[in-house]
Design a binder for this molecule. Structure first.
Ligand SMILES: O=C(O)CCC(=O)C(=O)O
Length: 301
């Protein structure tokens, strides 16, 4: 058994990231980590999403909107093929309530994911309660997010570090709507964002990509993750392929980081603690928080 070794680099003693990776995260505001989970670890989550697709397909079929349930279609195509039959679109940019499940919790608390996060939280990690599954359909504007810093959407979070873990459920590249980052932009502080009339999302008043800045377009495979800071500018590209770019994302912070009035605070919980292991939530605890929270009824999806 490996025991914590105080002679280790202090940055490195709480998780799986090397000092170089931690430094890269600190310099860039994001870090891609390859093959953190095995693709088979994602199968239960894909199963949950597929069950939602099944239910929606049955509903559309019963309503006479579709004639083909597309049961043989691959995961990355099926939802699109169903919607195409009646010119349907995503109603929301992300799925939340519909994917609440033990499979989701198991992924949020996957030991290898928490090892990555723990490298940046000194091993004391809370899950902030924020989670999404995102179906980015071909040529769809709704799920194509403009440049933003996550703190622009999370009031009063800019003075602490909040970490997003984003995992593709299909391989991603610029053609199918990957994420792009402006390296180092988390050091700029929170910049003003405005919602332009008719747009779903806020955009920064000043374009962070203006001038001679580097833009990093991620290429990732299933099993990889990118972890990023709440102040780093990022966006997602439009999907120019014929398949869906499926992904999931979750937010964490060091335990005791204030979550203020964030809408997802009621379902936040400690997911790893070396100091207070008895406070770590299991699936039953999280499900109880969910059942007591307004989440079940607050979301369209
Ligand atoms: O998945 C995407 O397309 C965008 C995700 C994103 O921008 C975010 O999680 O902040």
């Amino acid at each position: 058994m490996v025991t914590p070794d105080s002679s280790l680099d202090p940055l490195n003693s709480f998780g799986s990231l090397s000092p170089t990776q931690i430094q890269t995260f600190q310099n860039q505001g994001y870090l891609v980590v390859r093959q953190v989970v095995s693709p088979s670890d994602l199968v239960p989550m894909v199963g949950i999403i597929s069950r939602v697709v099944d239910q929606q397909a049955d509903r559309f079929y019963a309503a006479g909107k579709i004639t083909d349930l597309c049961q043989q279609a691959p995961f990355e195509d099926r939802w699109y093929r169903i919607l195409q039959q009646f010119g349907g679109q995503n109603e929301v940019y992300g799925w939340h309530t519909t994917v609440f499940s033990q499979a989701l919790f198991d992924l949020i608390t996957h030991p290898a994911v928490l090892d990555v996060v723990g490298s940046l939280t000194e091993g004391e990690t809370q899950f902030n309660g924020d989670f999404w599954a995102r179906p980015k359909l071909p040529e769809e504007k709704l799920t194509t997010l403009p440049w933003h810093q996550d703190s622009a959407y999370m009031p009063d979070t800019e003075h602490h570090t909040h970490l997003t873990v984003w995992m593709p459920l299909v391989d991603v590249c610029p053609e199918n709507g990957t994420l792009q980052f402006v390296p180092g932009s988390h050091k700029l502080g929170l910049k003003p964002h405005l919602r332009i009339e008719g747009e779903s999302f806020k955009s920064p008043v000043d374009d962070p990509a203006d001038g001679n800045v580097d833009i990093d377009s991620l290429e990732m495979e299933v099993g990889d993750l990118v972890i990023f800071h709440n102040l780093v500018f990022h966006r997602s590209l439009i999907n120019h392929t014929e398949s869906i770019r499926w992904s999931v994302d979750f937010r964490y912070s060091q335990a005791n980081t204030p979550l203020g009035e964030l809408w997802h605070r009621p379902i936040s919980c400690i997911v790893r603690s070396h100091r207070f292991p008895h406070m770590v939530a299991g699936w039953d605890d999280w499900r109880a928080l969910w059942n007591a929270s307004p989440h079940k009824s607050n979301f369209l999806w």
